[in-house]
Design a binder for this molecule. Sequence first.
Ligand code: ATP
Ligand code: MG
Length: 173
Amino acid sequence: MFDDTLRLFFALPCPPEQAAAICAWRDEQAFDGRAVPQDNLHMTLAFLGAQPKDRLDALLAIADTLQGTAFDLVLDRLASIGKGFVCLQPSATPAALLSLVEALDERLAALGVVLDSRPFLPHLTLARQARSRPSAPAPDFAWRAERFVLYLSRNTADGPRYDELGSWPLLVP
Ligand code: ATP
Ligand code: MG
């Protein structure tokens, strides 16, 4: 069937070095559930869902207008959220992260994009469909968030894949 939409979301990509460290640690834990592939580690900023293809240029343009600042993202909490999502979370949400999400939400709303009504919950998913809660001690992973991206989410035979459609710098404050 011909599909005229793209499944899109804005996110902070987890840099490869931190993704490797996080996955090495994750794989030592006895989490049950389906491990998220290393290349897919990210923090969602705004989930757009299925968007008409002809809206892509406008979405890229709004990201061009954002003046986000760089920040340190410290993921020092291990939690189970939603339906069996094992996640890393920041115990303190950086103000620059909240500002970035708010600015994105505002511009997306102005474009008529309907976002999930649930409040922003910063998290990086490590595993899905876990039946038990993780009991490992909280790790302490961190990276400097210096860019955000627009991802196209695609289902492939190897599972979900995210392709970067755009990348924007977060400026040094
Ligand atoms: P799949 O759903 O095929 O297992 P996935 O969850 O990795 O793959 P998407 O469903 O496209 O891929 O989701 C991309 C990102 O957006 C993930 O971080 C996901 O948790 C988040 N997301 C998905 N749906 C929503 C939603 N309704 N509200 C907020 N975030 C969402
Ligand atoms: Mg999903």
